[in-house]
Design a binder for this molecule. Structure first.
Ligand SMILES: C[S@@+](CC[C@H](N)C(=O)[O-])C[C@H]1O[C@@H](n2cnc3c(N)ncnc32)[C@H](O)[C@@H]1O
Length: 196
């Protein structure tokens, strides 16, 4: 947590687009979110996506374990519908299962040692038929060829994602998936998984 807290307090947040992710806006436009659905945003950071949903009348629930991020996201949300909770995504549980989880750069912020636990959390949070709207970070480093695991961001290799979110538990759409470039040289692969 200290690592991320320091990033926010020092303003070193190179992943931050200073605006809602274009894919979130595309999914919003496509009707993937609505005000009667419970929406969760784990690792919400500064909360641009919470605000965009709030502006559309959708009260999403943001989670982050860095107090500075929570304060920034609450300020960002202002009076728009929605809320932000200080919580560790590896432990937190909802009162009732949710309809949508918007996963943007939380998975890639976690060391892969924690991915199994996080993926199990995502599965447990969602209702059967609920959707995981995921942006899988594509940030492969050359050192991976020699076995080094470096990040964040940790590379979300598509084969690794298939293993983490197996077809026995998740319905996968057929590729190709939309890729959004990031100014840092990374890209994010947009995949909507249905929880079985
Ligand atoms: C790379 S940032 C992304 C923030 C935001 N999703 C965005 O794209 O701008 C990762 C975020 O996840 C949060 N985070 C990392 N591990 C977490 C954990 N175990 N529980 C809750 N939040 C976590 C960090 O504090 C940080 O805000």
């Amino acid at each position: 947590m200290d690592f991320w807290q320091a990033r926010f307090t020092s303003g070193q947040t190179p992943w931050d687009r200073s605006a809602a992710h274009p894919q979130l806006l595309a999914w919003l436009q496509a009707g993937m979110f609505s005000s009667n659905l419970k929406v969760l945003i784990p690792g919400c950071g500064r909360g641009h996506e919470l605000r965009a949903l709030g502006q559309a009348g959708i009260a999403a629930h943001g989670l982050d374990y860095a107090p500075a991020a929570v304060a920034l996201a609450r300020a960002q949300l202002g009076d728009f519908p929605g809320e932000v909770e200080l919580a560790d995504v590896l432990d937190w549980q909802p009162d009732t299962p949710v309809d949508r989880v918007y996963e943007q750069t939380c998975l890639c912020a976690l060391h892969p040692d924690h991915w199994r636990r996080y993926a199990d959390q995502l599965y447990g949070w969602l209702k059967p038929g609920g959707l995981l709207l995921a942006l899988f970070m594509q940030a492969r480093r050359d050192s991976a060829a020699e076995g080094f695991v470096e990040g964040p961001p940790y590379h979300g290799d598509i084969q690794g994602m298939r293993a983490l979110f197996p077809a026995s538990h998740w319905n996968w759409p057929a590729p190709p998936y939309t890729s959004t470039a990031h100014g840092q040289g990374w890209a994010e692969l947009a995949v909507v998984l249905e929880r079985r």
